[in-house]
Ligand binder design. Structure first.
Ligand SMILES: [Zn+2]
Length: 593
C-alpha cells in the first residue's frame, strides 16, 4: 500500500490576508470604502427608465462590495474558528461584523428601490442582467403578497411585541426547564441537550426515563405552550391568507423556498405512502436488540459500532478515490482544498467544534474545518464537507451573489459525496460489523431527516387548519397521536405520553413549515443517486450541471434543466427505492448469537 501524502494539519488563511494588522487588511478596508462611495453615487441614477447597461454596472458594483466584505468577514470568522481563544481574532471578528452591518445599511437602498419597481421595468432590467437575473427575481418573489408601505410598517412594528414576543415567551418558558433522571441509582439534573444523550443510550431504561421525563415536564405547561402555538398559527393565517392573499398556510414557506406548492404536496404524500419501509426497519432493529417489539423510546437505540479507525491520509485517499470513481474532475476539485492548505483537520484545544465548509467568494477555494479523530463518522463527515466545497467550486463561474445554492439544493453535493464514499466502503470492506454500521447509519439518518420531518410537516398542515376551525389544545394532541399512529402503525409500542411531543418542537413555533426542507433535500439526493445507479455515465453530466448552476436559478428550474421533474411521485419514490435496497441488504446480515 502506498503511503498517503496527506498530513493532518492546521489550515492557512494567507489566501485571504497575511495577518490582522497587515497593510493588506487596511488596503481592503480602504477599497471597500471607495467602492461604497462609488455605489452610493449611483443612487440619483436609479429610475424605472434607466438604461440596462447602467443598471447592470450597478449590480456588478453591488457584487464587488459583497465579495470584499465576504473576504474581510471570512478572515475574522475563520481565524476565530481556528482558535476561539485568540483575542485578536475575537476583536477582528467583532469589528468586521460591525463593518458588515454598516455596509448592509449603506447599500440597502438598492434592494428597496428594486422591490418597489413595477413589473414592466423590472422585467426589462432583469432581461439584461445576465447571471444576476435570478438573484433579482428572487428579491421580487414576495412582491405579489406585499402590502403598502404603511401596512408593512405596522406589521413589522406590531410583530416585535406580537408573534416575536410569543416565540420569545415560548423560549423563555422552555429554556428554564430542568429534567431529573435517575441514572444508576443517582438522580441527575439535566438540561434538554444533556437529556438528549440518554435518548441514544445503549441502556433501554435510560432511554425510557429520558423520554418520560421530557414529556412529563412539557406536559405540565402543555395548556400554555399549546395556546402560544394557537396564537402563532392564527396570526400566521390572518396575516398570510387574509391580508397578503396566500392560498394556504404552507404556501408562505414554499414561496420562500421557491418550490412550487404541488411539488411539496407530492413529496409529502410519497413520504406518507412509504411509512411502511421504516416500520420494517423498526421490526429489524427490534430483532437486533433482542426484543419482540420496539417501544417508541427505542428508535434511536444504538445497534452496533465498528471499532475500526482510519489514519488521516488513508481517509483522504479513500474519499478522493470514491469521488474519482464518479468523475475525476470532482476528485481534482476536492484535492484543491488540500493542495491550497485550506483544510484544518488537527485536533486542538480552543478550536471550534463540529465541521463546516466556508465558501468565501467565487475566486477563492473554500475552506474546510474538521477535528479529525479517525472514526468512521469522521471519514463520512470529511466526504460531506468536501462535497460542499466541490459544489461551490463547480459554481465558481457565477457571481458572488449567485454562487451559493439555495436551501432545497444546499445539501446536494455534500450528501451525494457521503453516499459515494459509503458505496465504496460497502463494496471494498466485507467486514460485517462495518457493513451493519454503515447501513444502520443510513437508515437512522433517513428516518430522522426524511420520515420524521415529513410527518411533522403533515401535522403542521392539519394543525393550522384545525386551529382555524376552532380546535382546542386537546384536539391538537389527539391529532398528533393520530399522526404518529399513521406513521408507526403497529411496528412499535406507542405510549400515550407522546401526545405532547408536538409542544416540544421549537421549529413549529419560530419557523412554521420549515421542517419539510430537510426531507426535501435528503430525499432529492437519494433520488438522484438512484438515477446515477440506473443510468451510470449518462447521469454524470446532468448531475454536474445541477451543481454548476449554484444559486443562479430556482431549484425547480435547475432540476428541470437537468431533466428531473420533481412534480412526479416516481421521482421521489426513487429515493425510497434506494433506502429499500439498503434495508434489504441490512436484513440479509445475520444476527450473531
Ligand atoms: Zn452540510
Amino acid at each position: 500500500m502506498t503511503v498517503s501524502t496527506y498530513k493532518q494539519q492546521r489550515w492557512s488563511l494567507t489566501d485571504l490576508f497575511p495577518a490582522f494588522d497587515s497593510p493588506e487588511v487596511e488596503d481592503a478596508k480602504h477599497r471597500l470604502e471607495k467602492q461604497l462611495q462609488a455605489f452610493e453615487a449611483f443612487r440619483p441614477d436609479l429610475h424605472e427608465e434607466m438604461g440596462a447597461e447602467a443598471f447592470l454596472s450597478m449590480v456588478i458594483a453591488y457584487d464587488q462590495v459583497a465579495r470584499l466584505l465576504s473576504r474581510l468577514g471570512a478572515f475574522g470568522s475563520l481565524a476565530f474558528a481556528e482558535d476561539t481563544q485568540d483575542q485578536e481574532a475575537q476583536i477582528f471578528k467583532a469589528q468586521t461584523q460591525q463593518l458588515a452591518a454598516q455596509t448592509e445599511n449603506r447599500i440597502l437602498f438598492f434592494k428597496l428601490w428594486w422591490k418597489s419597481l413595477d413589473e414592466g421595468p423590472a422585467e426589462r432590467l432583469m432581461a439584461a442582467a445576465g447571471d444576476y437575473r435570478y438573484w433579482l427575481e428572487a428579491l421580487l418573489l414576495e412582491k405579489p403578497y406585499t402590502l403598502s408601505e404603511p401596512e408593512e410598517k405596522v406589521i413589522n412594528l406590531k410583530d416585535v411585541n406580537g408573534t416575536q414576543a410569543l416565540v420569545t415567551l415560548y423560549q423563555s418558558i422552555t429554556n428554564r426547564y430542568t429534567f431529573q433522571v435517575k441514572i444508576d441509582e443517582e438522580v441527575k439534573e439535566l438540561t434538554r441537550e444533556e437529556l438528549r444523550v440518554y435518548v441514544h443510550s445503549p441502556n433501554p431504561d435510560h432511554r425510557a426515563a429520558a423520554y418520560q421525563e421530557m414529556h412529563r415536564v412539557y406536559a405540565i405547561d402543555a395548556p400554555i405552550l399549546g395556546q402560544i402555538y394557537q396564537y402563532i398559527s392564527r396570526d400566521w393565517r390572518s396575516e398570510s391568507l387574509d391580508l397578503r392573499g396566500y392560498k394556504t398556510p404552507i404556501a408562505v414557506r414554499n414561496l420562500a423556498n421557491d418550490v412550487p406548492d404541488e411539488v411539496v404536496d407530492t413529496l409529502l404524500s410519497v413520504c406518507q405512502e412509504n411509512a411502511a419501509l421504516f416500520r420494517r426497519f423498526f421490526a429489524l432493529k427490534a430483532r437486533w436488540l433482542g426484543v419482540d417489539r420496539l417501544r417508541r423510546y427505542d428508535i434511536y437505540a444504538p445497534v452496533v459500532k465498528t471499532e475500526k479507525t482510519y489514519g488521516f491520509g488513508q481517509a483522504v485517499d479513500m474519499v478522493l478515490e470514491s469521488f474519482r470513481t464518479f468523475d475525476p474532475r470532482i476528485a481534482d476539485l476536492a484535492r484543491r482544498v488540500f493542495d491550497g492548505n485550506h483544510f484544518d483537520s488537527e485536533v486542538r484545544k480552543g478550536k471550534r467544534s463540529g465541521a463546516f465548509c466556508a465558501t468565501v467568494e467565487p475566486d477563492l477555494t473554500p475552506w474546510v474545518l474538521q477535528s479529525y479523530n479517525g472514526r468512521l463518522d469522521d471519514v463520512t463527515t470529511m466526504a460531506h464537507e468536501l462535497g460542499h466545497a466541490v459544489h461551490a467550486m463547480l459554481a465558481d463561474h457565477h457571481a458572488a451573489l449567485t454562487q451559493h445554492a439555495s436551501l432545497p439544493l444546499a445539501e446536494t453535493a455534500s450528501t451525494f459525496g457521503e453516499m459515494l464514499l459509503v458505496d465504496c466502503l460497502l463494496a471494498e470492506d466485507p467486514d460485517p460489523a462495518l457493513q451493519r454500521d454503515l447501513l444502520y447509519r443510513q437508515m437512522d439518518d433517513a428516518y430522522k431527516t426524511i420520515m420524521r420531518q415529513a410527518y411533522f410537516a403533515l401535522f403542521e398542515r392539519t394543525a393550522h387548519d384545525l386551529i382555524h376551525q376552532g380546535g382546542s389544545v386537546d384536539d391538537l394532541s389527539e391529532t398528533y397521536l393520530a399522526n404518529l399512529q399513521d406513521q408507526f402503525g403497529d411496528s412499535l409500542d406507542l405510549s400515550d405520553d407522546f401526545r405532547f411531543e408536538w409542544v416540544e418542537v421549537p421549529h413549529f413555533y419560530f419557523a412554521p413549515f420549515y421542517v419539510y426542507a430537510y426531507a426535501f433535500g435528503q430525499l432529492l439526493v437519494l433520488s438522484l443517486y438512484r438515477q446515477y445507479k440506473e443510468e451510470g455515465e449518462l447521469f454524470k453530466p446532468r448531475y454536474i450541471e445541477i451543481l454548476a448552476a449554484g444559486g443562479s436559478d430556482s431549484p425547480a428550474r435547475i432540476l428541470e434543466g437537468a431533466g428531473i421533474d420533481t412534480h412526479t411521485a416516481s421521482f421521489w419514490q426513487g429515493g425510497f427505492d434506494v433506502l429499500k435496497a439498503s434495508l434489504d441488504r441490512l436484513e440479509a446480515i445475520e444476527i450473531p448469537m
